[in-house]
Design a protein around this ligand. Structure first.
Ligand SMILES: [Zn+2]
Length: 223
């Protein structure tokens, strides 16, 4: 067998700012991860699951991670070239029992936001969040409470949409979610991206998926 070759990717520069080094969340962070390595792995997870060496985006030059006390978990913003990820030290403290996996999982999710396409801002927020958590799932950092579930909306986001995308990927073949992301690069999002990527409309896919969940576990039947 030929050796597996890891493609050579150009990575952005990484920076970190800690707004309270004595916060227990900061202590946990540095006890559990090496920031440069964690960010590099998160970028590589995004590249591996959403792009190919040919399509990999090169516009992001700098990712700054800001650790600070705040409500919520994390968010990402920035310009085309410079991104900033704010990550809550209070949340890290609250995730103490599984700090390493949770930190790495949140970093993967936020780093996906630095690179993913959004159909000229027309992509539903639930699909944006679902794709970020699809990569988190595939990187091996799904938290224990995540589960596949149906419901009214395919674009409820996060794990709900991530497991749906995971099923689409299995049903239609590896690279389907990558294709959905790619189809949102240069044009406005419409649900037609699903037809183009899978041959089916998203509502039909959601119905098929929910029917399968019902069969597997009646407990997961949407109410
Ligand atoms: Zn997000």
């Amino acid at each position: 067998m030929p050796p597996t070759v890891t493609p050579h990717y150009t990575l952005p520069k990484f920076n970190i700012r800690v707004e309270d080094l004595s916060h227990p969340g900061a202590v946990l962070f540095f006890d559990n991860v090496q920031p440069a390595l964690a960010l590099k792995d998160a970028v590589l997870a995004s590249f591996t699951h959403l792009y190919t060496p040919k399509t990999v985006p090169t516009h992001v030059k700098l990712i700054t991670l800001v650790l600070r006390s705040m409500d919520g978990v994390a968010y990402t913003f920035g310009s085309h070239t410079d991104k900033e990820i704010h990550f809550s030290l209070d949340y890290i403290k609250a995730s103490e029992h599984r700090a390493r996996d949770e930190i790495l999982g949140v970093l993967v999710h936020e780093v996906v936001h630095c690179f993913q396409y959004n159909g000229k801002d027309q992509c539903p927020g639930g699909l944006i969040e679902g794709i970020a958590d699809f990569v988190r799932l595939h990187a091996g950092y799904a938290p224990p409470h995540w589960q596949a579930a149906g419901g009214d909306r395919w674009d409820a986001g996060y794990d709900r949409t991530a497991y749906f995308l995971d099923w689409i990927e299995k049903h239609n073949g590896e690279g389907t979610v990558q294709k959905i992301n790619q189809l949102m690069k240069d044009r406005k999002y419409t649900e037609y991206v699903f037809i183009e990527a899978t041959g089916h409309g998203v509502d039909k896919l959601w119905k098929m998926y929910c029917a399968l969940l019902d069969k597997k576990s009646p407990k997961l039947t949407p109410n």
